[in-house]
Design a protein around this ligand. Structure first.
Ligand code: CTP
Length: 412
């Protein structure tokens, strides 16, 4: 087994496929791994082969495919595949397959592989809502998580047939992100396992009328990177998303909101049971004092309408000052430009004290830097006086440094 594999290096990835209709989506996942240069072995169950044939998996992975332990016995595949793997991703993971894995059964090649693998293992469940919510499945998921497996929460939406609910396989691109994040972390592992974290992302809209709003330039990328990184580290994640045009990250409970009031109504109750809250969203500080129910018409005399504004609640301050959970860690963001009253860091230190949070991630946005870009650069200021410089890098990399700082505060 190799460890600490970086995503740019070739990793040995096993894609286990359970017998559910979502097996067809895993074709795309296998493709993403092979196109990224990884060495992929597909291990379907016999039931999975009822949905997608062995020829498809063999063509996509470039390797022979078997579901049983009797093919090529001289190569001892039932132990070799698991032992050599850097990552195992089971997608879709059916209720039956997770039950067999939780109980240590070894009645086909995939369950043998799961018993011999010592690398990170991800289960991406897909099933009908009733099966996902059944006490037996809940217990099996809890067992798998307690042993260190990452079981991502299923997405909500259309299921097989006409019904919809929780139980969809997350999109292959999102699963790929979770998987590559895990590979990049190697053996540093699941340090957020058992923790519930809340992340807010995006920019709120404050409506003047049904078609016009006051908004801001936040893209939500940093918040989404934080949510993804927390999933890869084993957390239960609630993401409150304001007007973000990115796909829902795999394994995350996403609450979509528009206004600062809605953001507050979603974040404050979720924060009550959270070990950490990261306010990466840019909530508007003001809203129009009145919102017209009909579209505001242009005045015939050429005059402009007045705009009366009312201050919105400060969500970060509220959460930090009324901590429902002792020992929880509250993180704020500050996009600063610096002005006559102080430098970016002077203003940020004041803000950290004023908001009462434990950590403040400070971005210098002079000249419109950061917004919408894939990169970020920041200083993380701590209430205890510490400051961590994070050089320019991906928003995913910054997300991991922020969680590192949060975890250090849990431990202390
Ligand atoms: N924030 C919040 N509620 C608001 C405004 C901001 O929770 N109504 C949070 C943001 O999510 C961010 C932090 O506060 O984590 C700092 O946001 P910022 O807009 O820089 O703070 P403000 O208090 O609005 O300060 P400024 O006067 O510099 O705009």
């Amino acid at each position: 087994m190799t460890s600490d594999v970086r995503p740019s290096e070739v990793a040995r990835v096993v894609v286990g496929v359970g017998g559910g209709i979502a097996a067809y989506k895993s074709c795309e996942l296998v493709r993403r791994f092979t196109e990224s240069g990884h060495d992929v072995t597909v291990v379907p169950t016999a039931a999975a082969l009822e949905f997608v044939g062995a020829a498809t998996w063999a063509a996509l992975s470039g390797k022979p495919v078997a579901a049983d332990v009797w093919t090529d016995v001289h190569e001892v595949p039932h132990v070799r595949i698991g032992q050599e793997a850097d990552l195992v991703v089971v997608a879709p993971a059916t209720a039956d397959l997770m039950a067999r894995a939780a109980h240590g059964l070894a009645d086909d090649l995939l369950t043998n592989t799961l018993l011999t693998a010592r690398c990170p293992v991800v289960f991406a469940p897909a099933m009908h809502t009733e099966m996902w919510e059944h006490a037996a499945t809940r217990a099996n998921v809890a067992t798998l998580r307690s042993r260190g497996a990452v079981v991502v929460e299923p997405a909500e939406g259309r299921l097989t047939g006409a019904d919809s609910g929780k139980g969809r396989l997350p999109e292959p691109d999102e699963l790929f992100q979770v998987a590559t994040d895990l590979l990049a972390r190697g053996e540093r592992g699941q340090d957020l396992a058992g923790r519930h974290v809340v992340v807010s992302a995006g920019g709120t809209r404050e409506y003047l009328d049904p078609v016009r709003f006051l908004g801001n330039r936040s893209s939500g990328r940093q918040g989404y990177a934080l949510a993804r990184a927390a999933v890869a580290r084993g957390a239960e994640v609630t993401l409150v998303s304001a007007n973000v045009s990115l796909p829902d990250p795999a394994g995350v409970k996403v609450v979509h909101v528009e206004t600062t009031a809605e953001l507050r109504d979603a974040v404050v109750p979720a924060a009550a049971s959270a070990d950490a809250v990261v306010m990466a969203a840019a909530p508007a500080d003001y809203r129009p004092t009145t919102t017209s129910e009909s579209k505001i018409k242009k005045a015939a005399d050429g005059s402009a309408p007045g705009l009366a504004l009312t201050q919105n609640p400060d969500i970060l301050h509220e959460i930090a000052s009324q901590r429902a959970r002792p020992g929880s860690v509250v993180v704020g963001f500050a996009a600063e430009t610096g002005d006559d009253s102080g430098t970016v860091l002077d203003l940020a230190r004041d803000k950290l004290a004023r908001k009462g949070c434990d950590l403040l991630v400070v971005n210098d946005v002079s000249g419109g830097a950061v917004f919408g870009s894939a990169d970020n650069q920041a200083v993380i200021l701590a209430a205890d006086g510490a400051a961590v410089d994070v050089p320019r890098g991906s928003k995913a990399a910054l997300a991991h440094v922020i969680w590192d700082q949060v975890v250090r505060r849990f431990d202390s």
